[in-house]
Write a protein that binds this ligand. Structure first.
Ligand SMILES: [Ca+2]
Length: 260
């Protein structure tokens, strides 16, 4: 008798235990599936950033990656024989150490209209959606080796993102031997895609004749740019794909939970 009761109890206990274990496994699995559903969020919710600019430090000693342009009536150099666009070691940011940077000599060429003229460089780059941060160093210098007098204007530096003025620095009047430096930066929320960074430098005839033809007669300052960095979000998976992964895993979790 006691043996039969014990057998029934054992069978009943065994049945309950099996159900309990199965239920526990199912619930655990549904919890695991629910947890996995957050994996895409963890993977793609964190935006990755990288410098999107090629040859922004000009250590290549060239304008590789950049395209030059001139404004109407403007130039990037003076007389090409005296003032070629060249790369020199210069302390653009004023931290005490010099590195290669392009040396421009911008201004109005020939027309003498008084319009601020010159040119600049631009580069296109691709980003993901999000906030980008740009920084660069600029400097204007009136070299006593090529100048005997102070000058009206060191140059106006203007930074454009997708054709819209983002930040600028007007060096103002510059004395012989003087260096005027500025670090420029800005941040902007951008859509995923291709964007254009443009750095323009201008002066006018009345702040110094650009087209000097005799050594020593130049009274025009030179302009430097260096350490151009665009820290931008890298391209990320399409939101639709992320949403599909999220939905699929969430659905899996729901199905498992209902079975349990
Ligand atoms: Ca450099």
């Amino acid at each position: 008798m006691a043996s039969r009761i014990n057998t029934k109890s054992c069978v009943r206990f065994d049945h309950l235990t099996r159900n309990y274990i199965r239920g526990f496994v199912m619930i655990s699995f549904s919890r695991l599936a629910a947890a996995l559903a957050f994996v895409p969020v963890m993977l793609f919710g964190q935006t990755a950033y990288a410098n999107s600019i090629v040859n922004g430090d000009f250590q290549s000693g060239s304008l590789a990656g950049w395209t030059t342009y001139t404004t109407s009536g403007g130039g990037l150099t003076g007389s090409t024989s005296l003032d070629p666009l060249t790369f020199v070691s210069f302390d653009v940011d004023g931290n005490g150490s010099s590195s290669l940077a392009p040396r421009f000599r911008v201004g109005e060429v020939g027309s003498y209209t008084g319009l601020w003229s010159g040119g600049g460089i631009y580069q296109s780059f691709a980003t993901g959606a999000g906030s980008l941060f740009l920084s660069l160093d600029v400097a204007a210098y009136l070299d006593p080796a090529t100048s005997t007098t102070s000058n009206g204007a060191g140059g106006l530096f203007q930074v454009y993102l997708d054709g819209v003025l983002a930040t600028s620095f007007d060096a103002g009047s510059i004395a012989n031997g003087q260096i005027k430096r500025q670090e420029l930066s800005f941040s902007e929320v951008v859509a995923a895609g291709t964007h254009e960074l443009r750095i323009q430098m201008t002066r006018n005839y009345f702040s110094g004749w650009l087209n000097n033809t005799t050594t020593g007669s130049s009274i025009t300052p030179v302009q430097f740019v260096d350490d151009i960095v665009v820290n931008a979000p890298t391209a990320v998976p399409e939101p639709a794909i992320t949403l599909m992964m999220f939905s699929g895993l969430a659905l899996l979790g729901l199905v498992v939970k209902r079975r349990a």
